[in-house]
Design a binder for this molecule. Structure first.
Ligand code: NAD
Length: 477
């Protein structure tokens, strides 16, 4: 692969950054992919000012023209799906098939929001005077700052950018430091389609570039996806400034397996939910809560399936499980596996990592995890799943709710009453019956409750609520 040089994209031009760091592959740290620049507050200020400069003309272009531009962007991106997938796989370690699915998702998101440019956004409301026309209009926020994590380096930036743009905002994206090259390549492809200043990219650290973005007085909305700690900080900063924000954060997503469940179906969904993307999804399956009479059979089937997983290079199409993204992530996951063992859970599959130049965490299954154990409570973000047996459906739901997170959850059962009780009582934003916890479709609202999300939703039409203000208009002729 040709070495890439990641820089800022501001007002339609690339700006080279002096301060830089090398990017290496998490599958083989001896492979250098290129370098990325690190922005300071002055760089961020230039990007935000460029976005501000473009707000008026972009807003006045209207939804239909913006929608048409997004259709062009989707077609352009679609022509680069394989290349983007390979870059994402190399940079953050996701297996190539999944990376390709993610790149296609980014295309699908663009297409969905392109259509939004043609759809109604307001209501006509009866007025007391029948000759008065009273209606609501949707106004863009202005410049929005988008801050994204490394685990979906193509799809998450796009599911923030596309709605922001179609509803008339200009954007400054700050991608995660571990996956900036994917964003750089998307901007190389899409940048020339947009008027200068409409889409801007700043690379750098959260503590410097991210902080400069969320505190910039010309930024009127912040959409963030990442850890719960940083999300809370962004919420405080935005609330102090009285600007809109949304924060999509962590999860500790359970699967409940009832006694009457189709165990083979459940096993496939649990393994896919827990092991794809090396468990580095906010919606990854992290806990399995099983009814006692299905416990042993489920554990044995899960163990066999996990032992058969092929771990290896993200570029090998047969690989199911790649490396985790970075050394800090590797150390964190291995330490949590150690904690799980020390706190008394049974290690059924897994063990020490093999010596290699990559960050390969062995796929890990724990059994008899206590409900209050660290690995039953903390987000792991690695290929690790733990089983907790319980005696009743009510106890299963209570255990599922016994965490600070509330993002997604699933139940496997053939009993309608069990399914309905679960749907009604589980404290999460996204619920599945007989399907895995990960993988919400792009046209459906995405988000959680408790410590997982702020109070808005992403994706689908729900995004309009965040990226616009309502203006109430009454016209008396
Ligand atoms: P992170 O919070 O460390 O970083 C996320 C982004 O925030 C990065 O771009 C980072 O540079 C930036 N950032 C860090 N400090 C900042 C600050 N002070 N001001 C402004 N920006 C700052 O998270 P991560 O490690 O990149 O991602 C993993 C986390 O993301 C996990 O907790 C995972 O659950 C969560 N996640 C959530 C969702 C969701 O939709 N709920 C989706 C994917 C990932």
């Amino acid at each position: 692969m040709v070495k890439m040089e990641g820089n800022n994209y501001i007002y339609g031009a690339w700006e080279r950054l002096i301060n830089r760091r090398a990017v290496t592959s998490p599958a083989d740290t001896q492979e250098t992919l290129g370098t990325v620049g690190l922005s300071d507050a002055t760089d961020v200020d230039r990007a935000v000012s460029a976005a501000q400069e473009a707000t008026r003309s972009w807003k006045n272009l209207g939804g239909v023209a913006r929608g048409n531009l997004l259709y062009q962007a989707a077609a352009e991106l679609e022509g680069h799906v394989d290349e983007l997938a390979e870059l994402a796989a190399r940079e953050m370690g996701k297996p190539i098939g999944e990376a390709r699915g993610e790149a296609l998702r980014a295309v699908g998101v663009l297409r969905y929001y392109a259509g939004e440019g043609f759809r109604p956004t307001g209501d006509v409301i009866p007025a007391s005077n029948p000759h008065v026309l009273q209606y609501t209009a949707r106004e863009p926020l202005g410049v929005v700052g988008l801050i994204t994590p490394w685990n979906f380096p193509l799809a998450i930036p796009m599911w923030k950018m596309a709605p922001a743009l179609v509803y008339g905002n200009t954007v400054v994206l700050k991608p995660a430091e571990w996956s900036s090259l994917a964003a750089v390549r998307m901007f190389e492809i899409l940048g020339p389609l947009f008027p200068p200043g409409v889409i801007n990219l700043v690379l750098g650290l959260g503590t410097e570039a991210g902080e400069a973005l969320i505190t910039h007085p010309l930024v009127h909305g912040i959409s963030f996806t990442g850890s719960t700690g940083v999300g809370a900080h962004i919420a405080e900063t935005a609330t102090r400034r009285n600007i809109k924000y949304q924060a999509e954060m962590g999860g500790k997503n359970p699967v409940i397996v009832a006694s009457d469940a189709d165990l083979d179906l459940a096993v496939e969904a649990i393994v896919s939910g827990a092991m794809r993307s090396a468990g580095q999804k906010c919606t990854a399956t992290s806990r399995v809560i099983v009814l006692a009479d299905a416990h042993e059979a489920l554990r044995d089937k899960l163990a066999n399936r996990i032992r058969s997983i092929k771990q290896g290079s993200p570029l090998d199409p047969d690989t199911y499980l790649g490396p985790v993204v970075s050394k800090p992530q590797f150390d964190k996951v291995m330490a949590l596996i150690d904690t799980g063992r020390r706190e008394g859970a049974d290690l059924v599959v897994g063990g020490p990592a093999q010596d290699s130049h990559g960050f390969f965490v062995p796929p890990t299954l724990f059994d008899r995890v206590a409900g209050d154990a660290t690995i039953a409570q903390e987000e792991i973000f690695g290929p690790v799943v733990g089983i907790t047996p319980v005696d009743t459906v009510d106890a299963a739901i209570a255990q599922a709710n016994r965490v600070r997170y509330g993002l997604s959850a699933a139940v496997f059962t053939q009993n309608l009453k069990t399914a309905m009780t679960f749907v009604e009582e589980i404290e999460v934003g996204m619920v599945r019956v007989n399907d895995e916890t990960a993988g919400v479709e792009l046209q459906a609202p995405f988000g959680g409750v408790k410590a997982s999300s702020s109070h808005s939703r992403e994706q689908g039409r729900a995004a309009m609520e965040f990226y616009t203000h309502v203006k109430t208009v009454a016209i008396r002729p």
